[in-house]
Write a protein that binds this ligand. Structure first.
Ligand SMILES: Cc1cc2nc3c(=O)[nH]c(=O)nc-3n(C[C@H](O)[C@H](O)[C@H](O)COP(=O)(O)O)c2cc1C
Length: 183
């Protein structure tokens, strides 16, 4: 059975975003918002986690949110500037986030600093030994960018089981709901 922690989103504000006058990303079509998923996915287990997150973000009860998916090695600063919220997925590698996610942050940090301050994000981390360093890295990098977590980083150890995948789905749904346009 996989170990799962974080992702307790029961208290999160999942109401529609107040878009009135807000500084929203410019990439989505008028009347819609955009959720950018940036992930490094090196295994079937992590692919299952990604797919569960996407299923949540694309839940039929959530409307007006375009979900854009980018592997971390190709995600660009323009992708980030044009989105309204961010979902980050990474394995723990040598006590840190994957090199791919680190590369993503290295590229987008200064181009997106200030322009994306205050935008919501969520993250999931998978590993088999210890996730602390990766979770800490996500916290410090996103804090520096000024992004706001909508839930604790979801931590999954070992083969993702049904509970872990349900937590991924919930995470994607909560984040997407956060930027759902108001009617
Ligand atoms: C070079 C390398 C370093 C790793 N370091 C860690 C680590 O520090 N902590 C951890 O929990 N897992 C570590 N792992 C395991 C990966 O997180 C794991 O392979 C990845 O999440 C995919 O998991 P899966 O193959 O079991 O699906 C490491 C894997 C590799 C290849």
């Amino acid at each position: 059975m996989a170990g799962v922690s974080g992702g307790d989103v029961g208290d999160a504000d999942v109401g529609g975003a107040d878009m009135g006058g807000a500084d929203v990303g410019g990439g989505a079509e008028s009347g819609t918002t955009r959720l950018l998923v940036v992930h490094h996915t090196p295994s079937p287990g992590m692919q299952a986690m990604l797919e569960a997150c996407l299923a949540g973000a694309r839940d039929e009860e959530i409307s007006g949110v375009e979900v854009v998916v980018r592997p971390a090695l190709v995600a660009s600063a323009v992708d980030v500037l044009e989105a309204d919220a961010y979902l980050l997925g990474t394995p723990a590698n040598i006590g840190y986030v994957s090199g791919a996610l680190k590369h993503f942050f290295d590229q987008i940090y200064y181009p997106c600093l200030d322009a994306t301050r205050g935008r919501p994000f969520a993250a999931y981390v998978h590993g088999n030994e210890g996730l602390e360093g990766a979770v800490r890295a996500i916290s410090s990098i996103t804090s520096a960018l000024g992004w706001e977590a909508v839930a604790p980083t979801l931590e999954v150890m070992g083969t993702p089981d049904r509970e872990a995948l349900a937590a991924c789905q919930e995470l994607g749904a909560v984040l997407a709901a956060t930027v759902m346009p108001e009617d």
